[in-house]
Design a protein around this ligand. Structure first.
Ligand code: NAD
Ligand code: UDP
Length: 314
């Protein structure tokens, strides 16, 4: 007998594939639903022969009728390059996807977890960001399709909760990295590592003084599962991420040192609405989930570098 039947939307993506793996390892049955927009079969190829893993090609913009005990809703492109590529589809995925998955949770009266994002804080005027900060988002800028889509999804989650009593869990994820990030998704960690391994220039956008706080994927997956298993009255939103803040220039220097690359740093224009600072306040996660990240940036970067080295050697 398996523990629970769990639906993971976006399960063939970076975070989703690690989550599916961990849920299976903990004795659950996993139904992975993905339209392979940014995810790939490659990420979950090693799970396909598992007797309790099932893969469904499905777009969450359409309703889904399945019987499960819990839902983790991850479906949505996450990197600025990918989510801006088809901005309308990004909004639809966030909003229609949330409505469809909440509808499923409502019919089955089951728990549903939403992977929201630090992007809902926009370019924050409060630092570090706490969950009670309402954010500073440009509603019509190039990042709005993602930021506002995710904000509306949060609104939908809390509205279904208040109106229909659906047990919800909302997490706001800050920059997370690790093996299986899409090599072309333009996110800073994958860009820098691939540029370093190929001996190409490391592209810093702007002066590199902007900050981010990078969380390794294994830490994040542990937090997602802990959040799902909190008592029903705890809905979040809760920040999940690593509070250790680095400038983008420091990140580049780490990658150069760990790869031993001869690559130089070059500067390119800063994209519009690029947040200047971002660091989670994780007091609430510590209190409610008994969680904090344990994997330092250097160690996580080494694992990620090894993954991309393996990929380039194939
Ligand atoms: P990803 O792009 O690797 O994964 C997203 C997955 O969703 C992909 O497999 C993609 O094919 C799938 N997908 C996209 N649109 C879909 C649709 N309409 N129907 C079904 N599947 C669809 O990104 P990720 O980093 O793994 O992010 C997963 C979730 O976590 C996203 O919701 C993202 O917003 C959130 N998040 C991630 C981070 C991060 O740093 N990685 C930070 C904040 C929030
Ligand atoms: N960035 C960079 N060089 C790159 C890719 C990204 O300097 O090749 C910067 C980007 O401008 C931002 C930060 O790195 O300030 C993080 O970018 P990413 O796209 O990873 O995520 P974001 O947090 O902006 O969503």
């Amino acid at each position: 007998m398996t523990e629970r039947r769990i639906l993971v939307t976006g399960g063939a993506g970076f975070l989703g594939s690690h989550l599916c793996e961990e849920l299976l390892a903990r004795g659950n049955e996993v139904l992975c639903a993905d339209n392979f927009f940014t995810g790939s079969k490659h990420n979950i190829a090693h799970l396909l022969s598992h007797p309790y893993f099932e893969l469904l090609r499905h777009d969450v913009c359409f309703p889904l009728y399945v019987e499960v005990d819990e839902i983790y809703n991850l479906a949505c492109p996450a990197s600025p390059v990918h989510y801006q590529w088809d901005a309308v589809q990004t909004v639809k995925t966030s909003v229609h996807g949330a409505i469809n998955m909440l509808g499923l949770a409502k019919r089955l009266r089951i728990k549903i977890l939403q992977t929201s994002t630090s992007e809902i804080y926009g370019n924050p005027e409060v630092h570090p960001q706490t969950e009670d900060y309402w954010g500073h988002v440009n509603p019509i800028g190039p990042r709005a399709c993602y930021d506002e889509g995710k904000r509306c999804a949060e609104t939908l989650f809390f509205s279904y909760h208040r109106q229909h009593g659906i047990p919800i869990k909302v997490v706001r994820i800050f920059n997370t990295y690790g093996p299986r990030m899409h090599p072309d998704d333009g996110r800073v960690v994958s860009n820098f590592i691939l540029q370093a391994l190929r001996g190409e220039p490391i592209t810093i956008y702007g002066d590199g003084k902007q900050t981010r706080s990078f969380c390794y994927v294994d830490d994040l997956v542990e937090a997602l599962i802990r959040m799902m298993n909190t008592p029903e009255e705890f809905t979040g939103p809760v920040n999940l991420g690593n509070p250790h803040e680095s400038t983008i220039l420091e990140l580049a220097e780490h990658v150069i040192r760990l790869t031993g690359t001869p690559s130089d740093i070059i500067h390119k224009p800063l994209p519009q609405d690029d947040p200047a600072r971002r660091r989670p306040d994780i007091t609430l996660a510590k209190e409610k989930l008994g969680w904090e990240p344990g994997i330092p940036l250097e160690e996580g970067l080494k694992h990620t570098i090894d993954y991309y080295k393996g990929m380039l050697e194939k």
